[in-house]
Design a protein around this ligand. Structure first.
Ligand code: ATP
Length: 484
């Protein structure tokens, strides 16, 4: 590798651009002390990545920038470029000429490195020159102080210097690095093998766990499907129950309307019967008044009979016998006529009174029957209305009054083995709803479960949530009974 050229501008004593071409095997730079010869090697080391300010003979890195002189102003940037001939490809690049540049600004901006005018990192510069044997610490550059240290060095240290110069130490160093890398790799392999063994040990339990997890996933999916199917079934059943209840309500409404109509008819009939009774009573009063009149007339007749008897006595005592007989005969005829007339009317009155009394008692009986029927129908209507209200409230909010039953009913899908409440399970034949509900009584709110375990689980649920109480009927402990 051959350093063809060094270009410096603003570096230490080189304020203006200075180009030094190295065209022959040996190039000498001659000049008085302090003229700036060593600044050239400083420049070369600087480009090759020198970071030590001390070895560059300064106190800060910006000391390498031209600081000004008696007749020149200072500059703000130092730039040095090394141009290498790479025709023998000693640098790892396909180009015949390689330019390496370092630039530094006074304002503290980061230093710039460039290879062939492209911005690169310091590491790229070091990587480029590493294999060439060139470097800021290599023996390619030997400064004034180095000579005496070589001469005074111990043989063993001197061997190091020769090895360094011959490029052996570079390989030695690489060998050491490779060996330690190998060692680290071996350790890594051992560690990896340990980890592999440990992982292999974990494989079969993991396989078992994976199988279990797979099984769990399948069962869970199946459970979800079943739960959805149960929910759909429940929704259908509830919808059916709502439909049935609506039908029952409709029937009750129809029956209520029918009863109300019948009651109205009966009430009209009642009114008519009452009017009939009052008419009859008026009639009876009239007849009684007539009877009283007849009785009076009878009294008058009695008086007249007495008068008549007096007259007869007088006729018998006073007139001739013929006159007396005639007189008596006409009196008797008169009396007979009058008596018969009065007697006939009296008898007719008695018969009328008898008839009207019978009619009156019949109407009173009818009235009593009608009143009883009206009362019964009112009672029935009330019962239907109560049942309707109950059904409506059950439809709106089932088991509202039974907190425990309600809590179980609301959560029956998450509680296994809960089959439902008796009131929901039993579907009475239309017309027997009330009878069945009375016969069931409080049992209506009992909850049917598949077995005792399910009942216990539900009771624990109620206890845990303080949701109230409920009675459970596990199917496994129920016995079948038949009614004769
Ligand atoms: P010797 O043979 O005595 O070692 P030399 O020829 O090698 O001397 P150098 O030591 O390279 O000379 O140069 C030192 C000179 O560079 C000094 O004159 C110094 O003033 C000048 N110099 C160093 N840094 C700067 C700077 N930043 N700006 C201006 N001049 C500088």
């Amino acid at each position: 590798m051959f350093l063809k050229r060094v270009e410096m501008q603003g570096f230490k004593s080189f304020a203006d651009k200075v180009v030094i071409n190295f065209e022959h095997a040996i190039t000498g730079v001659v000049g008085p002390n302090g003229c700036g010869k060593s600044n050239i090697t400083d420049a070369i080391r600087w480009v090759l990545g020198e970071q030590s300010v001390k070895s560059l003979r300064g106190t800060t890195m910006t000391d390498v920038i031209f600081a000004g002189s008696a007749d020149r102003k200072m500059v703000n940037m130092a730039e040095v470029t090394l141009v290498f001939d790479n025709t023998n490809r000693s640098l790892n690049s396909e180009l015949d000429e390689i330019e390496v540049t370092r630039r530094l600004y006074r304002n503290g901006q980061e230093a710039e490195y460039l290879i062939n005018r492209n911005n690169v990192r310091l590491k790229d510069v070091i990587d480029l020159i590493l294999d060439s044997g060139l470097g800021k610490d290599s023996l390619s550059m030997i400064s004034q102080g180095n000579i005496s240290s070589f001469a005074e060095a111990k043989p063993i240290d001197r061997r190091g210097i020769f090895e360094e110069a011959a490029g052996v130490s570079k390989y030695k160093k690489r060998k050491m690095e490779s060996l330690s890398k190998l060692e680290r790799t071996k350790e890594n392999i051992e560690r990896t093998q340990d980890i592999l063994m440990e992982l292999e040990r974990q494989v079969s339990p993991l396989k078992r766990a994976a199988k279990k997890a797979e099984l769990y996933r399948e069962k869970k999916t199946r459970l979800e499907e079943i739960e959805i199917a149960v929910l759909v079934e429940d929704i259908n059943t509830i919808n059916q129950q709502i439909e049935d209840a609506k039908k029952t309500l409709f029937n009750i409404d129809a029956q209520s309307t029918m009863f109300q109509t019948t009651i109205q008819v009966h009430e009209t009939q009642n009114l008519e019967a009452k009017k009939e009774i009052s008419d009859l009573e008026k009639e009876i009063n009239k007849l009684q008044e007539e009877l009283m009149k007849i009785v009076n007339e009878i009294q008058i007749l009695e008086t007249r009979k007495i008068e008549f008897d007096e007259k007869r006595k007088y006729a018998i005592e006073v007139g001739t016998n013929e006159e007396k007989a005639k007189q008596l005969q006409s009196l008797v005829q008169e009396a007979e006529l009058e008596y018969n007339d009065r007697k006939g009317r009296y008898d007719q009155c008695q018969i009328n009174i008898q008839l009207l009394s019978e009619q009156l008692s019949q109407v009173a009986l009818q009235l009593a029957e009608l009143s009883q029927k009206t009362n019964e129908e009112n009672g029935l209507l009330r019962r239907y209305q109560n049942r309707k209200e109950l059904l409506e409230s059950l439809l709106k909010d089932p088991f509202n009054s039974q907190a425990g039953v309600k809590a179980i009913d609301d959560n029956k899908n998450s509680l296994h083995g809960v089959l439902g409440v008796i009131a929901q399970i039993i579907q009475p034949q239309v017309g027997y709803e009330e009878a069945i509900s009375v016969a069931l009584g409080g049992t209506m709110y009992n909850i049917v479960t598949t077995d005792e375990e399910a009942a216990r689980n539900a009771i624990n649920f109620l206890k845990k949530n303080q949701s109230g109480r409920a009675t459970f009927l596990p199917l496994t402990v129920l016995q079948t009974r038949y009614l004769s």
